[in-house]
Design a binder for this molecule. Sequence first.
Ligand code: FMN
Length: 319
Amino acid sequence: MLDLFPSKLLLGPMAGVTDYAFRRLLREMGLEYSVSEMISAKGICYGNERTIDYAKSHESDHPLALQIFGSDPDYMVRAALYLEKNYQYEVLDINMGCPVKKIFKNGEGSALMKNEKLAMEIVASLVEHTSKPVSVKIRTGISEENKNAVRFARAMERAGASMVVVHGRTTQQMYSGRANWEDIARVKEALQIPVIGNGDISSLQEGLEKMRSYQVDAVMVARALRGNPFLVRDYKNYFEKGLEPLKPSMKEVVDAMRLHFSYLVEEMGEVYAASAFRKHGLWYVRDFAGSAKFRDRLSNIKSGQDLDDILSAILDIDY
Ligand SMILES: Cc1cc2nc3c(=O)[nH]c(=O)nc-3n(C[C@H](O)[C@H](O)[C@H](O)COP(=O)(O)O)c2cc1C
């Protein structure tokens, strides 16, 4: 698995953010390994087209892990077999970390961490009946009092998982507080298969520091890539050429925004692309002095022309 991401950076899946178009843009920046948004195994089995669409990827977007969620081993196997037959991907990832109530109360996502036996059965069935390597993405446990990541990850390894990603928070924490990297390190120490650390990394330096201090095989970054696809370039440049991080120029940011938007348009047409791009637009400009006056306009764009007008005005500002 490790040779799939020599720059030691994996994209953290984010439902509603790391879609086909955004992942395509990240590949332009040098991303080596991406993970799809989570896809419902039952949704796939029931032939729900919106669900199945999440499995689509651009030809540049590989190696790719498709991430499925569910709690029934039979559905999960049927879903994976469907994906294998119809979609291109290299790894099957199982979501065992989602804290969202609707998912958790169905026994899916991080609720699987309460049910080691079932989680093992899911992994073992997928390994037995499907052909791709199976990875799992977990949290440190359900709550501060029930941190079972070490035992649970060992069980996943025994069941046949090829890699474990650990987000250093409990389910109860959702996204609050800080990720606990000591907990992640304990999982790394206990396993033979690759262990990827995840949580709160927003720069190359932070990623390098985490790999050094906690000995994880690589890091996964999610939120910090929103509006900052250039972070991928920093990892790639460092591991390929030993280069220091590069702060993108305003022109590069604007070019990335244009490219991102054009990928969305190709995917869904201009009207939907405009509404899908609004949140991304705000993330791209969040750190720019003088961006405040564009926020309202960005969050209301209805066409490529609207976006172009704003980007031209941004480029006119003397930074
Ligand atoms: C909006 C949003 C959507 C997410 N969707 C998923 C998902 O579909 N599957 C998953 O395993 N994790 C999901 N996550 C969790 C992230 O992959 C990651 O574990 C978490 O954000 C911590 O990493 P970070 O600090 O680098 O953001 C999501 C997180 C956010 C903020």
